[in-house]
Ligand binder design. Structure first.
Ligand SMILES: C[S@@+](CC[C@H](N)C(=O)[O-])C[C@H]1O[C@@H](n2cnc3c(N)ncnc32)[C@H](O)[C@@H]1O
Length: 246
């Protein structure tokens, strides 16, 4: 699994560096979105669209989207009635994209976009009814140039970010607050993150998932794709929204 995710993400990163090097727009979940140069989005948005559609926004007044990218879930939450949304990302181009998208969809008064390394720039007193992170769930790293944030989209070496996120999460939830992690068991190491969550008093439970299969040749020539294929030569990939329960 680890090898499959690494190989897929390494390929996606190579492509994204070229495809996401200029300002673009994309359509997702019935809305048009800005994607500034330096942010991964558009053709890499399958999980973005599904998770933003599946999150339970009902009754949530406040929401934190960690690692917001173009801010699709944050804007969707605001449009669904969340009145205090905070969208943060380490990537300044993502924060600027999310801000443009909040303006474009008429919710800029409710979506506060901030560049932040996880919770560092979030008001220390703030708690949220809903916290969501479509996380960089591949435990791997690549050389990173100064000012290049593409790898942050995919990779969390040693799951150190996940550990920091999970350690602070419980105190960032309101009494009835709920937290969700966007993940993939086929590409990431779900058991490792579940064990980490348990150490922070959280149980990782499946909330909703969708799977699809891809012919291994379409995924590339690497041996790992052939090894991961079933008898029909297809590789199964899941996109899983996991709930973190206290
Ligand atoms: C898989 S992408 C998800 C992006 C977007 N939410 C979406 O669904 O398309 C993971 C996001 O986490 C962000 N990220 C990585 N490290 C971070 C950190 N230390 N603090 C905040 N955001 C971070 C990345 O920049 C990226 O936007």
């Amino acid at each position: 699994m680890r090898e499959l995710g690494r190989e897929m993400a390494a390929g996606a990163l190579r492509e994204a560096r070229e495809r996401c090097a200029q300002d673009r727009e994309f359509t997702l979940n019935g809305r048009r979105w800005h994607q500034l140069a330096g942010v991964v989005g558009s053709e890499y948005n399958t999980s973005t669209g599904l998770f933003a559609e599946w999150l339970p926004y009902e009754g949530a007044k406040s929401m934190l989207e960690m690692g917001c990218g173009c801010g699709v879930a944050a804007v969707t939450a605001a449009a669904a009635g969340c009145t205090e949304v905070v969208a943060v990302d380490i990537n300044p181009h993502a924060v600027a994209s999310a801000r443009l998208n909040a303006e474009r969809h008429g919710v800029a008064d409710r979506v506060h976009c901030v560049q932040s390394d996880l919770f560092t720039e979030v008001d220390p007193q703030a708690t949220f009814d809903l916290v969501f992170w479509n996380s960089p769930f591949i435990d791997h790293d690549v050389p990173r140039a100064e000012g290049d944030y593409f790898a942050d989209h995919f990779f969390d070496p040693g799951y150190r970010l996940h550990d920091r996120f999970l350690s602070e999460l419980p105190k960032r939830l309101t009494d009835q607050g709920r937290a969700f992690l966007g993940f993939s068991a086929a590409m990431g190491e779900l058991d490792e993150v579940a064990a980490m969550a348990r150490r922070h008093g959280l149980e990782l439970r499946p909330f909703r998932s969708e799977s699809f299969t891809v012919p291994h040749e379409e995924m590339g020539a690497a041996e790992v794709f052939r090894r991961a294929a079933d008898e029909q030569g297809r590789v199964a990939i899941d996109l899983s929204l996991m709930e973190l329960v206290r």
